[in-house]
Write a protein that binds this ligand. Structure first.
Ligand code: ZN
Ligand code: ZN
Length: 654
């Protein structure tokens, strides 16, 4: 029988190995001919085993060989992989030196058969009217951004929000503008608390049925049902956390990323993509609008402004000052003295503000006494079994390992043998206790890991929260104290200053303006650049200097950087096999034990684990990723021992 035009298909098999990251051809048996459409899930036999895969395309007769193995079955006739997302997965894999199979595992939720068979909800009738720019009118280039979206254009903007801004509403207006042009919109935010706020704003602007939420926290059935609603075009607007960045929104008109400095937007699974950068790729690829917005500004977002790729959208300086609380810095120098940790200025701000409403106290650390060290030699106290860091979980409780949970009843310093210890930092639990004692009769509300409060009532209370867990105070906080700032900016991390400023701005954005007696104090060295930027409320100026410094130091986002982690022999082998682009330089390999502040890394199991950094100019970035991926492909094909983790521009860079 002569081959017909429909007898073969190109399949991307779900195997995350570099040398197998390409489509393979399979014959399509006549029974499956109708169902075997591009984008469907299939089962195939690969290297003797049954595997899942995605059918990418049907192959023309000339291209198909006659000895192909057949597709075993089409799992479902639902085309879950659209051509746009297949192309996006390729771009993301290329950028991050990863495999398409790994990207697609992040992009497409597992199948849920009963959900697939359920009758879908119809898309609401009628068009979305073009919204008024409302709150965007307070921003230079704000109204024109919204108008351009409503006109069907693809504007790109980096928006720096005023303190106290009702930002979920501004995001919802932008989404409504894109929807009014008959296009879809995709909004990505760091966490479920943000999802809840933007969800409410979208419902207010669009009605209840135009948008869906995509979050990893949803159960498999709910997540798949909503994914299908997006893929089938029933939901025009999608809101979610980082994995929603890949949602197959029909006629995508706008991608929004809120607070792109939040490391929750960085994917912890291979190939470690960052939602902001995936959003950029989508905007490039699909020619849609882009909005990166936040109270802070990352060096990455600022680079888009500096190169002219995105327009800055911001309020006038006078206007911003008018909306910000009065902020002062207080130093921590008396902190070493016994029993006295908080500077007097903190008590002053709290005392003056409390009669007028809730007062926010931001504490960087969870727990009670989360970091303890030897009283003699100052070495960090570590678990005798797993060497994990120890903490004191409650007053008078024995030290406990943060990694394995074991109680250390009789701790002894591994370095010098002493058995007494001191607290290096104080967590929100201990802080809440101390402040509660200092202000007896005042309610103390805690918000942090495991018990995040969405909001607090507009009445006097101490609200002790870890960064990112600050509840919303409807009438604004009367005052705020940001504790332990020096520990934040002194972290051994490239982004320590930027991250400290981001956390502070996000917290103080919820405090009343100075004109309404809103006041705040940050406990940190006032000479630090991040503290200065907070006092002046100048995130753009900070980002400008930050980007200059990164350029001079040849660091991201001014340069491309690849981090290689793994057993020493494997890292050396990968580097040797990589044809690095001209002008790139290699730093290291260094032993990873030189970075004890990052417990729980996947390389922890190897005694001889090392880390190497390779950097190059941005123009050579794709070539660098390609070189590393090809070398990894040779290694995986030859089954060389030891796997190397490759991360491109990792967010936690020491
Ligand atoms: Zn010691
Ligand atoms: Zn342990």
């Amino acid at each position: 029988m002569p081959p017909s035009a429909t007898d073969a298909a190109r399949v991307l098999v779900d195997i995350g190995l570099a040398h197998l990251d390409r489509p393979f051809d399979y014959a399509v048996p006549p029974d499956w001919d109708e169902a075997a459409r591009p984008g469907v899930r299939v089962r195939v036999r690969f290297a003797g085993r049954r595997r899942s895969g995605y059918l990418l395309e049907r192959v023309s007769p000339g291209a198909a060989r006659s000895d192909l193995a057949p597709i075993e079955r089409v799992v479902s006739d639902e085309p879950v992989l659209t051509p746009e997302i297949a192309e996006l997965a390729r771009r993301v894999a290329d950028h991050y030196a990863g495999t398409r199979a790994d990207v697609l595992r992040l992009a497409i939720p597992p199948r849920h058969a009963r959900t697939e068979a359920a009758t879908p909800r119809p898309r609401p009738d009628g068009d979305v009217p073009a919204p008024a720019p409302s709150g965007w009118t307070h921003y230079r280039a704000g109204s024109s951004f919204v108008t351009a979206l409503a006109d069907g254009d693809a504007p790109r903007a980096v928006a720096t929000m005023r303190p106290g801004e009702d930002w979920p509403d501004l995001l919802a207006i932008a989404a409504a503008a894109a929807a009014s042009s008959g296009r879809g919109a995709l909004l990505v935010v760091p966490d479920t608390k943000d999802v809840a706020r933007v969800d409410a704003a979208l419902t207010a602007r669009l009605g209840p049925d135009r948008h869906v939420l995509l979050q990893a926290e949803q159960g498999p059935s709910a997540r798949y049902r909503r994914f299908l609603a997006v893929r089938r075009g029933q939901a025009q607007v999608v809101l979610g956390t980082r994995s929603a960045t890949y949602a197959p929104v029909h006629r995508l008109g706008l991608v929004v990323v809120w607070d792109d400095g939040d490391d929750l937007l960085a994917e912890p699974r291979a190939p470690y993509p960052h939602a902001r950068d995936v959003a950029l790729m989508r905007a490039h690829q699909q020619g849609c609008g882009l909005l990166i917005a936040g109270f802070a500004r990352t060096a990455e977002a600022h680079r888009l402004v500096r190169t002219g790729w995105a327009a800055p959208v911001r309020a006038d300086r006078d206007h911003v000052r008018h909306r910000a609380p009065a902020v002062a810095a207080a130093t921590d120098e008396r902190a070493g003295l016994h029993g006295r940790r908080l500077p007097q200025e903190v008590f002053g701000v709290v005392r003056r503000a409390l009669p007028h409403g809730p007062v926010l106290v931001q504490v960087p650390r969870h727990g009670y006494r989360p970091v303890v060290a030897c009283q003699g030699c100052r070495a960090l106290a570590r678990c005798a079994v797993c060497a994990g860091p120890l903490e004191q979980p409650a007053e008078s409780a024995p030290l406990q390992c943060q990694r394995c949970g074991r109680s250390e009843e009789q701790w002894r310093c591994a370095e010098c043998g002493r058995d007494d210890w001191r607290a290096v930092s104080v967590g929100e639990g201990r802080t809440a206790l101390e402040l509660g004692r200092a202000f007896p009769g005042t309610p103390v509300r805690r918000s942090g890991m495991g018990h995040v409060l969405a909001d607090v009532p507009d009445e006097p209370a101490l609200v002790v929260a870890t960064p990112g867990a600050e509840p919303v105070a409807a009438g604004g906080y009367a005052g705020a104290a940001l504790l332990d700032g020096d520990a934040l900016v002194a972290r051994a991390d490239l982004r320590a200053g930027e991250e400290a400023l981001r956390r502070w701005l996000n917290a103080l954005a919820g405090v009343r303006p100075a004109g309404e007696a809103g006041a705040a104090v940050v406990v940190a060295d006032p000479g630090h650049r991040a503290v200065q930027a907070l006092l002046r409320w100048d995130p753009a100026g900070f980002a400008d200097r930050e980007l200059d410094e990164r350029s001079e130091a040849r660091l991201p986002p001014a340069w491309r950087l690849a981090e290689l982690t793994g057993p020493a022999a494997a890292v050396a082998d990968l580097l040797e096999r990589s044809e690095l682009p001209p002008g790139s330089d290699v730093l290291g390999p260094f032993p990873t034990s030189a970075h004890p502040s990052s417990p729980g890394r996947p390389d922890d199991g190897h005694a001889d684990a090392v880390r190497a950094l390779v950097r190059c100019r941005l123009t050579e970035g794709l070539a660098l990723s390609r070189a590393l991926r090809e070398a990894a492909g040779v290694r995986s094909a030859r089954r060389e021992p030891g796997s190397v983790r490759v991360r491109i521009d990792p967010v936690d860079l020491q």
